[in-house]
Unconditional design. Sequence first.
Length: 249
Amino acid sequence: MTTDSVAVDVTDDWAVASGVQARFMRSTAPETRALMYSARCRQMRDLGGDCFDFLPLPGRRIAIAIADASGKGLPAALIIANVQSSLRTAALFAPDDPAAVVTAVNRQLQASSPIERYATLFYGIFDEDARTLHYVDAGHNSPLLIKPGGSTAWLEADAPPVGFFADTVYCTRTVQLNPSDLIVAWTDGIVEAADADDEEWGVQGLLASIAACPTRQPEGIVASIFKALDEFSGEAQTDDATILAALVG
């Protein structure tokens, strides 16, 4: 086999893997009138370590998830694929127990990955009838809950990332939601983006972009955040970047 043929094969493999990863994140789109949602993942390379998910669950419930694996490129992509596949499997067996789902993901990742590899994960189950969100935040950036009047609250983290310790005890938290409540979640690549002077956009830049957005529709929120981020950073990207927005109907 020639060197040229090896290069072509590797390029083809990366293209296929990138396509599979992209399709995996848009393979489900549960229909609901009680929750409007949108998300966008922009990887730094062909393969990346961010993911989001929306999963239909029994009993008029929807699971939402966002995760960020340590590292970049192929190693991070392998970790995040492990997280997403084990999360989907665990959700089938524990459709009403976020803590059990995250516990299963943690044990799977810890058992199958090097000790220095881990992922932050926010996983929640939205009940359409009760309009409650039961969630676990495993070391992820705390998502933001924005009320119609503009007041905000954080869905705080209370446990280490998945993959750190096999015996981590994860606990479910619950928040009551109301119509027009907006939830926004993101990965490090959003708030750690820097401008030409190496100044980070930060949470304040993110909050300002949300406040300036003329719509509360999730698709518009996601687009507005990325637009403001690119204007700040000059479209230079140094990490995978993901935004997830969900609006209660």
